[in-house]
Design a protein. Structure first.
Length: 741
């Protein structure tokens, strides 16, 4: 589960620059006399800068051109940035760079030197009035900056990288130009904020820091243009942010009122912060309050992603009569499939996230320091201490972390947070779930989806799933997704579909035209969306592959029983840095397979559409009482590129049930059913091969299961005296679902 940081522009480059720019002929580095240097650097950067990602490329070039006062070029490059997002997120596309566009146009006016502020206001109002109201609302986030901080950064860069140097890295030159651009435009931001505040008050009324039952903090945003009681959009977020009010105004601009809930202990609440534990009761308390207000018509809908998605399922556990629909996006499957443990294996990230949301009433800035957190995980990994010492290694014992570790099974502690079994049968409201093939909480989103239909055959539940990561499933779609350029049809406006859904349910308008059937999925490589009535339809046609001792994936099982051996030295911790470097790209020229064996099929004789979840039956024996296994499934293309299809992590002792542990018998063959991996839809081309990486988990980002049978959180490297010996038998198989349409 990842918190989505919404930033209007890219803050850094995505490639490493090796080019050098000569600066021998410059010796003046006074910040007030930098224009000649900036103009020179601009000409060098424009000639030499390379970047595959168009959005990053044009964002950087635009800022550099602007810093050099090449205003017409800058505006053209800014338009190129906007064009990348024009289809998938038009609201943001219109807003991008507005703070700079207004400044440029004010400067271009011939009389700007006489009365710049007057000209600035004129250009500001002209631009503001030209924008859609939803874009007007989010403009404040683009007028943030700290001029003094930027000045200090510039002075430090000049001292460290420019003064007394013959050349400078292109990356450093680019950063200086970006910072200089922020420095010269920053003073206008406060002017703009005053205008924005005045204009905004015409449309919305904000009631902030309200408390329900003295425990639950809420903010209300009312649409002043609504004359009679109207429906309310409700969001439960554990991530208080100064920009939330603007997000609420966007919701309200569609003709609703908006209420944000911050859980106990967050924002203005003085209660203890206990993530996930009180949503099912507290959300209902807020709904009780909402429907009693004069502006409410008694109908409420919920939306949000990640923790916000989980919150909706928590509310649905004991559903309020006024809750008419939910739109869970990238929903956390708390305690059962994806967070804080993936199929019963705890993730190191869980501690990082807990600190993020519990260290104070807002959010802990240390969460963003990935290098610092990786150093913590590395220290734990290399030191071999028990996983339950991870919080102490990070600096202090954490009550929530320790509480979670006491519940390694999906037991009553977790079950009380979300609907459990037959409780899904009482959820009779329309639901729209949105997730992605590479969403870190896809397992959770589909867990709720499948269980809703399992226990409620008449569920009115729709699904949208495509080539999106965690943020993409929440509307912030990446055109380039970890090396893979998504099909143009996948780059759509998710936010607009969600508001059409609210109109459909809460206002009786037409169903969103995009929703052709209950399951709507994008087939990667075809530039097409498909739909079907049931997720079970994907299991009708399958291809079966057995593993062989020759490291093949074969349609036929070997006649003679054999096995593929794997030895894992759990004491060896020399690979930490190498593991941190891995990015799990969707499309890559190589794969990384530590502590694993690799199996490959023959080339496909014709194209194959892989749509659904692969399943497997692993026959193995191990000289321990338990083992954590991982599987990665790839398409290897004719061009020798690896396309990641799906990933599975699982603890063998919980393979039969996530609710009860059953240890293995040492060196005795056992069977593991492989489920709870990522759903995917991809057209595999003729000549491609299927590649399976099968191994044991030993990674600083996850618990390490030493196989003693003790609580894994208490095991240490002392339990690793004997290497783990695994035999993967050749009657093991995987099945991939294929579409014949």
């Amino acid at each position: 589960m990842k918190y989505i940081l919404i930033v209007p522009f890219f803050l850094s480059c995505t490639i490493i620059f090796s080019q050098k720019i000569s600066i021998k002929h410059f010796n003046e580095y006074n910040i007030e006399k930098l224009q000649p240097l900036i103009s020179y650097l601009n000409s060098e950067i424009q000639k030499n800068y390379k970047e595959k990602d168009k959005a990053v490329k044009y964002d950087n070039l635009f800022r550099v051109s602007m810093a050099a006062q090449n205003y017409d070029t800058a505006l053209s490059q800014l338009d190129s940035v906007r064009s990348v997002y024009r289809k998938s997120n038009p609201i943001i596309s219109y807003a991008m760079g507005t703070q700079y566009e207004i400044y440029i146009n004010a400067q271009k006016n011939k009389d700007s030197h006489k009365n710049f502020q007057e000209k600035y206001k004129e250009e500001f109002l002209k631009k503001y009035e030209s924008l859609p109201i939803k874009t007007q609302i989010i403009l404040p986030r683009y007028f943030n900056g700290d001029t003094e901080k930027t000045k200090k950064e510039i002075l430090a860069t000049l001292k460290n990288d420019f003064e007394k140097k013959d050349s400078v890295d292109l990356k450093k030159a680019l950063q200086l130009c970006r910072s200089y651009n922020s420095y010269i435009t920053g003073p206008t931001f406060d002017i703009a904020k005053n205008y924005l505040k005045e204009l905004d008050s015409r449309n919305f009324e904000v009631k902030d820091s309200l408390l329900i039952n003295n425990e639950i903090s809420i903010r209300v945003v009312l649409n002043k243009k609504i004359a009679s009681p109207e429906s309310t959009i409700l969001v439960n977020s554990i991530y208080p942010d100064a920009e939330d009010a603007n997000d609420q105004k966007v919701q309200a601009s569609y003709g609703y009122h908006s209420v944000y809930i911050y859980p106990r202990g967050k924002y203005t609440s003085n209660a203890a912060i206990e993530p996930f534990e009180h949503e099912q009761e507290d959300i209902n308390k807020v709904i009780d309050w909402v429907i009693k207000q004069p502006w409410s018509n008694g109908k409420v809908g919920m939306i949000g992603g990640s923790y916000l998605g989980f919150s909706q399922w928590a509310a649905a556990k004991n559903i309020h009569p006024a809750l008419k629909t939910i739109i869970p996006q990238a929903s956390v499957g708390i305690g059962v499939v994806d967070f804080p443990m993936n199929n019963n294996i705890f993730a190191s990230y869980s501690l990082r996230w807990i600190n993020y949301v519990t260290n104070n009433k807002m959010l802990d800035a240390g969460f963003k320091d990935e290098d610092q957190w990786n150093s913590v995980f590395k220290k734990w990994y290399e030191g071999g201490e028990a996983f339950n010492k991870l919080d102490s290694i990070a600096g202090k014992k954490n009550i929530i972390f320790q509480r979670w570790l006491k519940h390694p099974a999906f037991d009553s502690y977790w079950q009380k947070m979300i609907p459990y079994k037959k409780e899904y049968s009482n959820i009779n409201i329309p639901v729209l779930t949105i997730t992605g093939y590479y969403d870190s909480d896809q397992l959770g989103a589909l867990y709720y989806f499948r269980n809703h239909y399992k226990y409620n055959k008449n569920a009115n539940h729709y699904l949208i799933i495509g080539p999106y990561d965690h943020s993409g499933a929440q509307g912030y779609i990446k055109n380039n997704l970890k090396g893979y350029t998504i099909d143009s049809e996948a780059n759509m406006d998710i936010a607009n579909i969600t508001m059409e859904w609210f109109d459909y349910i809460l206002k009786g308008k037409l169903k969103p035209a995009f929703l052709k059937d209950k399951i709507n999925y994008q087939v990667m490589g075809t530039n097409k969306w498909k739909s079907t009535s049931s997720i079970d339809n994907f299991d009708k046609n399958k291809l079966k592959f057995y593993i062989t001792s020759q490291h093949q994936l074969s349609p036929a099982k070997d006649r003679d029983k054999d096995f593929t051996p794997l030895t894992v030295d759990l004491k060896d911790r020399t690979n930490a840095d190498e593991l941190f470097k891995q990015k799990d790209n969707v499309l890559d020229s190589k794969i990384y397979s530590p502590d694993a064996v690799v199996f490959s099929s023959k080339p496909f004789e014709k194209p194959v559409e892989f749509t659904g979840n692969f399943v497997g039956n692993l026959k193995l024996s191990v000289n321990k009482k338990d083992v954590d296994v991982y599987m990665k499934l790839y398409e290897k293309t004719k061009e020798d590129k690896y396309f990641l299809l799906s990933t599975y992590y699982g603890r063998a002792s919980y393979a039969k049930s996530s609710e009860k542990r059953k240890l293995l018998c040492e060196n005795k063959e056992t069977s593991i059913t492989v489920t709870n991996n990522e759903f995917v839809s991809k057209k595999m081309e003729k000549g491609s091969k299927l590649v399976l990486v099968l191994g044991a988990i030993k990674n600083p980002l996850m618990q390490i299961n030493y196989g003693t049978g003790k609580d894994v959180s208490e095991e240490t490297i002392k339990d690793a005296a004997v290497p783990m010996e695994i035999k993967f038998y050749n009657n093991s198989f995987i099945e991939i679902p294929i579409s014949l349409n």
